[in-house]
Design a binder for this molecule. Structure first.
Ligand code: NI
Length: 185
C-alpha cells in the first residue's frame, strides 16, 4: 500500500510549478521548484522512515501537499482562498500558517508569529516547517554577511525548539544540519 497518494502529490506539484513559474532560488539561481521538491522529499522521507518505525503520520497527503505548496501564498499571487478551493481548507490553513505575514514587524517577529500559528495546527504542518529549514541550511548565498548567517542559524535553533518534537526524523535531522551549518560562520 502507498504511504501517500501519488495523485495528490502530482496535483500539488503541478500547481506549485505553475505558481512559481519563472522564479529562482536565492544564491544558486536554480529554478525555485528545486527548493519545493527538496522540502517535499524531506517530508516524504520522514513519512517513510516513521512508517518503518511504527510511528506513522496521521495525514501524509496533508503534509506532502503543504510541503509542495508551502511558499505559494508568501511568494506568488496565489491566495489562500484559491488554495482552499482546489485543495481544501486544511491545506490552505497549513500554507497560510507557513507564510510570513508582512504586516507583522520585522523578520524575526514575522517568524515568531508564523511559528505560533503553525503550533496551533497539526504535526503535519510542523513537519513542513522543519523540512523547509533543513533544506535551507545549505551553503548560504555568497553575499550574506556573518551576522546574517548567525541570525539565520539562530532562527533554525528557534524552529527546532518550537517544532522539533513533532517528528522523530525531522527534529534530529534539523539539529544535525544546525551543527554542520556552523562551518559557514
Ligand atoms: Ni520554503
Amino acid at each position: 500500500m502507498s504511504l501517500w497518494s501519488p495523485d495528490a502529490w502530482l496535483t500539488a506539484w503541478r500547481f506549485a510549478a505553475e505558481a512559481h513559474r519563472g522564479q529562482h532560488e536565492l544564491g544558486t539561481g536554480l529554478p525555485y521548484l528545486v527548493h519545493v521538491g527538496a522540502v517535499a522529499m524531506e517530508v516524504a522521507n520522514a513519512i517513510s522512515v516513521r512508517a518503518q518505525l511504527g510511528v506513522g503520520v496521521a495525514r501524509p497527503d496533508l503534509a506532502i501537499q503543504c510541503a509542495l505548496l508551502h511558499d505559494v501564498v508568501e511568494d506568488t499571487s496565489v491566495s489562500a482562498a484559491e488554495l482552499a478551493k482546489v485543495f481544501g481548507s486544511d491545506v490552505a490553513d497549513g500554507v497560510r500558517a507557513l507564510s510570513k505575514d508582512s504586516a507583522v514587524g520585522d523578520k524575526p517577529a514575522q517568524m515568531r508569529d508564523s511559528l505560533a500559528r503553525i503550533r496551533q495546527l497539526g504535526p503535519e504542518i510542523w513537519m513542513v516547517k522543519l523540512g523547509d529549514r533543513i533544506t535551507n541550511l545549505q551553503a548560504p548565498p555568497s553575499d550574506w554577511k556573518p551576522a546574517k548567517i548567525r541570525s539565520y542559524r539562530d532562527g533554525a535553533i528557534e524552529i527546532h525548539a518550537q517544532l522539533g518534537e513533532a517528528c522523530p526524523v525531522l527534529g534530529p535531522r534539523l539539529l544535525a544540519k544546525i551543527a554542520s551549518y556552523a562551518a559557514f560562520m
